[in-house]
Structures are given as structure tokens and as C-alpha cells.
Design a protein around this ligand. Structure first.
Ligand code: GLN
Ligand code: ZN
Length: 763
């Protein structure tokens, strides 16, 4: 008999209960006890829900009050010294825990939170562990052990879940003097041994140790350490399930199969081709868990296809087969049943965490008791998938025809950058060091209210338009007064840079409750791309055109790029992502053409999330970058030479993809640099970036306002690497989360710095 298990359940709650109680606690509206009670209630509900769905082994330890990587750091007793006395042996308090997550801001005391970054290629952010040369480990955070007791008391068949030592260490960041992280391996092993012993003493049978680093290109020394570590961790009377996920094992496959553990979990959604090889390498006494249900997307599983994969494996392995979602369900929303407004046909194609667990149960019953035992459920699923395959909602002949008629000439501008730039310089007539912003201006309460009222039918369309036009007028006036050179309309009409476009494009669906945790109490509700994408009408022209009518200075039109729209949505699994990207690109291409026609001759196509889509393995990078760059070029390629195309990216790692960024051939790129002190521009030392560039000089993520001198210094640094005639001055990113007074001050200093620099140059 095969059994089912789950790797992790979304912790935020179907109603975002965790978010609500966390925020209430932080605002002192509820007590710590109330927060802990509500967390406990959520855990209980989620365990029960999984048990009711027929899951045999239920994960415990996957719940977190903020982040599971932070939980692991605390379990190991790793707290950066700025948060507590260095040699303390005390239990880590929840106050210290939240301080690490959120920083401390009391009176004049500011202690920076731990850094946050993306968990592999997901949109979940974890808190980066900080280690130093003499890092000690001691178990002083009993959350895991307490939760296991809690589960036991509730009669739950619990499997403990922790992050593996190699993954934890790999993700940790060195603070202070540099050293080889692997020198910490021996005390780290001791700490893990102690954890495992405590689990064993609690009567736990199985522990799932997550090692998603197995999906990465690992240096050879890390591989051998991995082998060594698991040999050390063997614990009598405690079984280890080693979990890999997010991609195939690739060159780590043989190594992983032979690790000294009792069971191995592999992702066969992302790594569908690795199964045969794993079966070949798997030792005879080892259990194999197959991650067959997609933990990263929201589509119903093709159960027939899954059974075709599972049946022969079951024949071979029998009891040694377990089945599971491909990875933790943290990355999908909780419960489809809550969606009341979603079109019923589309809804029938979807499956959220709860539904995925029932799919798992159906599969398991089909394997163990024969397909007849679940014939009805299989038929329902088959019908839904058949309907999806053939639905007219999905397949638009017009879109497909247009995609197949894409030709090379559509992917390029008419002339080279050099030629374009001359034409553009003539009509733009900008000074050196031209100033601009990234698009959005502060989103005030009034703006949000107007959008809300309009959406809920409380104000009429003309009232809404009128409000927005007043807003635009004001934003233009402010920019003119500040003497900025290239103006923007301010994006007041957008609540989100992807949702705004998704709502106006065909092929997108929006949910009411499909929240996914992004970090801590923050959630996102990604749109669902279900069908061929087309643009019924222009999406941004009325706003940009109005803005341009308010000023003689050039106004920059503002679009979100195809790759960013794709990377921040749940995407179709019935065609390659690159095909979907092309469809979005064609729709945006029409928007570029319409903006141009309306007299907007500077257009920014934001690709904030282009880097996020990079595959985990280097070998897969070029394929991704090729189609991502192609999608951008397809969008921008329609522009006349005189139209200046900008793009914007908000991250500070460029070195490894700089060639692709150059290949996008935007006339101007604005990027995040202010925090890295222009270090990012080092990439430009060995690579002659050919076009214009605006390195951000104002860190919009911080309430600090940079001094004029600081901005000038940054620009001078930039000028050492990039010819001045190709430099722009702008903030790091959009200003929507900031307040007007600080924005005005920062931009005034930015313009002042531009004036200084211009004077210096002309001397
Ligand atoms: N144009 C967008 C804005 O200014 C860009 C946001 C982003 O890069 N995340 O808000
Ligand atoms: Zn940005």
C-alpha cells in the first residue's frame, strides 16, 4: 500500500487569519496570548483539514508566525548579535523573533531587520540567516517540539519538518570577517543531531528534512559535505525523509539517491524526466516519495496521466512508494471553494491547496484499491480537463494566428541605437544628466478611496475620470515646479502594476481570496492566466494623453512588460511560458503603437521581475533569457525611431545577465543602485553597455532622504564607468509607497544635483 503525505500547508489561513492577527498584535490591538491562540487555532484547523482529506502523514513544523527559515535559525539558536546579548543561553523570545523579522524602531534606536530574499525561484521571501566566524549553535527555540506535542494531543499522525543543514548553511550570509562557511559544519551537525534526538525522544517516527539546494548547481565540496552530513545524522529509531523540490536533481541525482536516509522525495512535476533514473539508482531499502501534484500552480491535476506514471512505480516499489505534492503547498492559495464570483467554467479547471490534497487521496485510492473505487471522481476530473482543453474561452484563433505570423523584423526597431539616439536627441533636446522618475507618485488615501469607490459603483465613471485627471494635473504641476525633465502621469489609477493590465486583457481571471504569502503578514493575489491573451482596447492612453496635454515637457507613457506580467501571475500549464509571453507582448505592442499615435513619444516598459524568472540551473538560463528578451523586443519593436523606449528593473544583480539586458535594446534603462553605492555598475567595467542608463540615486525603500552631495557623489561614481552623455538621474523605483513631503524634498535635491553636475561639466 502506498501512502500519502504533505510537505507543507499554507499557513496564512483561508481568510488570511494569520495576517490579521499578526498585524493586530504589532499594532498592540491584541495581546501576545491572543496571537498565539489564533496561530494555534489555525494549526489545528489545517491539521484537521489535511487529516479529513485522507493524508496519512501530516507535516508539523511547517507553520510559522513569520517565516520558516527564521524558525530554523532560531531553533539553531542563531540570532545576530545586534538583537540580543551575544552569550545568552536563554530561549529566544517571540519579541526577539519579530525583531529579527521586522527590525526595531524605538525612539532614536534603529536596529535593522534581517535581510529578506526570495526563496529559490518562488515569490516567497525568507529571512536570510546571518552567521559569523565563531558561530555557535544551541537549541533555544522550542516551537517545533511544542507543536509536535500539540499535534500528538490532537491525535494527528505527525511528521516533523525542518530545513536541512546544507540548505540552511548555503542560504546563510556571512557577517563580519570572511570565512569558509563549511568550517561550521561540525558544530552544525551536532545541533542537528540534538534536534533529531529530541524528536526521537518525543516518539516521532518520521522527520522530513528539506534540502531544496539539491536543485542547484552545487560546488563539489558541498556535495561531498552533504554525503558526510547525512551519514552523521543517522539516528536510531527515527526515520529521515529527505525532500528535494523545485527542479530536477540533475548532477546531484546519484548522490541524492545514495544518501544515508530512509526515504527520498523528488519533484516529478518540475523534474518529470528524472523518474526512471532515480528508480535505477534508488537502493532497495529506500522509500520513494513522488511529488506528483503541482505545488506551484493552481490547475487541476490530470489524474489519468498521473496514474500512468504512478502505477508502474507502485508495481515496482509497493509499500515503498509515497505520493505527495511536488513541494510545500505554501505557494498556492488555500481553498478554491471560497471563490464565489469566479466564473464556474474556469473555477472547474482549478485546484488550490485543499483540492490538491483530495486529488492526492483519489490517486492513492486508485493505486491501492483500483481505479473503480474512485471511478466517479476520476471521471469528474477527466471531464473538467477535457472541457479545459477544448473550451472556447481559452483558444482564440485570432491570437494564435497572430502569434504564428510573428517575424524577425517585428523584433527590432527600424534603426540602430546610435541612429535612433540622434533622432531622439533632436526633438527631445534634453540637457546632460536628464532627470526623470520611475512612474508612480505617492498613492494617497484619497486616491485609494477613489479607486475603491469606482470599483464598487459608488462613484460614476465621469466622476472617477475627473478625480484622476485632477490628480494627474497636480502631479504634472509638481514635477514642473521641481524642474524635472521627463515627466510621468503618476499611475494613480493603478493599484498594482500587473493587476491593472490583467484586468483589461482577455485571458486573465481574478480571484477574491486566492492569497499567497509573500513574506510575513504580506500576501499577494496573483492573477490567473487561463487563456489566449488579447487586448480589447487601449489600456493607458487616456491617462498619458491627458497628462501630456497638461504640459509642454515630454511625458513618459508607462507599461508593465510582458515578462513581469507573466512572472507575477499563475500561468497556463498547457503551453510553454514563452508562448504566453509572446501573446502578452503582442497585446502590449499594440498599446505602444496606440500611445505613439496619441502623441506619447517616450514609453517605459517596466520589466521589474525579469530576473526573477531565471531558472535555478545555469544551463537553463540562456533558453529563458532568449525568450524573455524576445518578448520585450516584440513589445518595443513597433516603436518608431523617434520614440524613446525606456525600461526599468528593480534589482541590483546585473553582472550575470548584462548581455541579455543589452540585447533588450531599450534606449534608456533605469535600475536600482543607490543601496549598493553604485557597486552594481562594476558590471559595466568589463562590459560596454551600449545605451543610456539611469542608475537610481534615491532609495525609495527607505524613509531617508539622500543629500544633494550624496546624489552628486553617486553620479560621479557612475560617470567613471559610463560616459556622461548616456547618464540619467532618477530614483531607484516608483514612489507610490512614499509620502509627498519626503518625495518632494528628495526630488528637489536630485534636480539640484543635476544642475551642479551640468555646471561642473560645462566649466
Ligand atoms: N512604474 C512602476 C512604478 O513606478 C514601477 C514599479 C516597480 O518597478 N516595481 O511604480
Ligand atoms: Zn522598481
Amino acid at each position: 500500500m502506498s501512502i500519502t503525505h504533505n510537505l507543507g500547508f499554507p499557513r496564512i489561513g483561508a481568510d488570511r487569519e494569520l495576517k490579521k492577527s499578526l498585524e493586530a498584535y504589532w499594532q498592540n490591538n491584541i495581546s501576545l496570548q491572543e496571537l498565539l491562540d489564533s496561530s494555534k487555532k489555525l494549526r489545528q484547523q489545517h491539521w484537521q483539514l489535511q487529516a479529513d482529506a485522507g493524508i496519512d502523514l501530516i507535516p508539523v513544523g511547517d507553520f510559522s508566525n513569520y517565516d520558516h527559515v527564521l524558525d530554523m535559525s532560531c531553533l539553531l539558536g542563531v540570532v545576530p548579535p545586534r538583537f540580543e546579548d551575544n552569550d545568552t543561553q536563554q530561549q529566544i523570545s517571540i519579541e526577539t523573533y519579530f525583531a529579527m523579522a521586522r527590525g526595531i524602531n524605538r525612539n532614536d534606536k534603529t536596529i535593522a531587520a534581517c535581510e529578506m530574499t526570495k526563496w529559490f525561484d518562488t515569490n516567497y521571501h525568507y529571512l536570510v540567516p546571518e552567521i559569523h566566524k565563531d558561530q555557535a549553535f544551541n537549541l533555544r527555540f522550542d516551537k517545533l517540539f511544542n507543536e509536535l506535542e500539540e499535534a500528538k494531543a490532537s491525535g494527528i499522525n505527525a511528521k516533523a519538518v525542518i530545513i536541512g543543514p546544507i540548505t540552511w548553511l548555503w542560504l546563510a550570509k556571512i557577517k563580519g570577517e570572511d570565512f569558509d562557511k563549511l568550517t561550521l559544519i561540525s558544530p552544525l551537525i551536532d545541533a542537528y543531531k540534538e534536534i533529531l534526538n529530541r524528536l526521537k525522544n518525543q516518539g516521532i517516527e518520521w522527520v522530513q528534512i528539506d534540502e531544496p539546494v539539491l536543485s542547484l548547481d552545487l560546488p563539489i565540496i558541498w556535495k561531498s559535505t552533504l554525503e558526510f552530513v547525512y551519514r552523521q545524522l543517522r539516528t536510531h529509531n527515527l526515520n529521515i525523509l529527505l525532500a528535494s523540490y523545485f527542479d530536477e536533481l540533475n548532477d546531484n541525482l546519484a548522490l541524492t539517491c545514495n544518501l544515508a536516509v530512509d526515504a527520498l522525495h523528488i519533484d516529478i512535476v518540475r523534474g518529470e524526466n528524472q523518474l526512471d533514473k532515480v528508480l535505477q539508482y534508488l537502493p532497495e531499502d529506500k522509500t520513494l516519495s513522488l511529488g506528483i501534484i503541482n505545488g506551484r500552480n493552481i490547475w487541476r491535476t490530470d489524474l489519468d496521466l498521473a496514474l500512468e506514471t504512478l502505477k508502474p512505480v507502485h508495481e515496482k516499489l509497493g509499500d515503498r512508494l509515497w505520493i505527495a505534492p511536488s513541494c510545500s503547498l505554501l505557494h498556492v492559495p488555500v481553498d478554491l471553494e471560497r471563490e464565489k464570483k469566479l466564473d464556474s467554467e474556469i473555477k472547474n479547471w482549478l485546484s488550490f491547496a485543499r483540492q490538491k490534497l483530495s486529488e492526492l487521496n483519489i490517486l492513492n485510492n486508485a493505486i491501492n484499491q483500483g481505479e473503480k473505487s474512485v471511478a466517479e471522481q476520476l471521471q469528474l476530473s477527466r471531464d473538467a480537463n477535457n472541457n479545459r482543453q477544448h473550451s472556447e474561452r481559452i483558444h482564440q484563433k485570432k491570437v494564435k494566428d497572430r502569434v504564428s505570423s510573428i517575424n524577425e523584423s517585428m523584433l527590432s526597431r527600424n534603426s540602430t541605437f546610435k541612429e535612433r539616439s540622434e533622432i531622439q536627441k533632436k526633438w527631445l533636446n534634453l540637457p546632460v544628466f536628464p532627470t526623470t522618475t520611475i512612474g508612480s507618485f505617492p498613492q494617497t488615501k484619497e486616491i485609494r478611496k477613489a479607486r475603491y469607490d469606482y470599483k464598487h459603483g459608488e462613484i460614476k465613471q465621469h466622476e472617477y475620470i475627473n478625480f484622476m485627471q485632477q490628480e494627474i494635473k497636480q502631479v504634472i504641476k509638481e514635477q514642473e515646479q521641481l524642474d524635472i525633465d521627463v515627466l510621468v502621469h503618476g499611475e494613480a489609477e493603478r493599484n498594482d502594476m500587473v493587476e491593472y493590465f490583467g484586468e483589461q486583457l482577455d485571458g486573465f481571471a481574478f480571484t477574491q481570496y486566492a492569497w499567497v504569502q509573500s513574506y510575513g503578514s504580506r500576501c499577494v493575489k496573483p492573477p490567473v492566466i487561463y487563456g489566449d491573451i488579447s487586448r480589447p482596447q487601449a489600456m493607458t492612453v487616456i491617462w498619458s494623453q491627458f497628462a501630456q496635454s497638461c504640459t509642454d515637457k515630454p511625458v513618459k507613457g508607462m507599461l508593465t512588460g510582458p515578462v513581469t506580467i507573466l512572472n507575477w501571475s499563475f500561468v497556463r500549464d498547457d503551453q510553454p511560458r514563452s508562448d504566453t509571453a509572446e501573446q502578452i507582448a503582442l497585446a502590449l505592442r499594440d498599446e505602444v503603437a496606440d500611445l505613439e499615435k496619441a502623441g506619447i513619444n517616450i514609453i517605459q516598459i517596466d520589466e521589474a521581475a525579469l530576473r526573477e524568472g531565471l531558472p535555478l540551473r545555469k544551463k537553463d538560463w540562456s533558453e529563458y533569457l532568449n525568450w524573455a528578451v524576445r518578448a520585450f523586443r516584440l513589445t518595443a519593436g513597433v516603436a518608431n525611431d523617434a520614440t524613446q523606449i525606456h525600461t526599468h528593473m528593480c534589482y541590483s544583480e546585473f553582472n550575470d545577465i548584462i548581455q541579455s539586458i543589452a540585447d533588450m535594446d531599450a534606449d534608456v534603462i533605469t535600475i536600482e543602485t543607490s543601496r549598493s553605492d553604485m557597486e552594481l555598475l562594476d558590471a559595466f567595467e568589463n562590459f560596454a553597455y551600449p545605451n543610456e542608463i539611469g542608475p537610481g540615486v534615491y532609495d525609495i525603500h527607505s524613509p531617508n532622504i539622500p543629500s544633494t552631495q550624496h546624489i552628486t557623489d553617486l553620479m560621479k561614481k557612475a560617470a567613471q564607468r559610463i560616459p556622461v552623455e548616456r547618464l540619467w538621474i532618477n530614483p531607484d523605483c516608483g514612489l507610490k509607497t512614499r509620502q509627498w513631503p519626503e518625495v518632494k524634498e528628495a526630488l528637489a535635491r536630485m534636480v539640484e544635483s543635476a544642475h551642479q553636475l551640468r555646471d561642473e561639466i560645462s566649466i
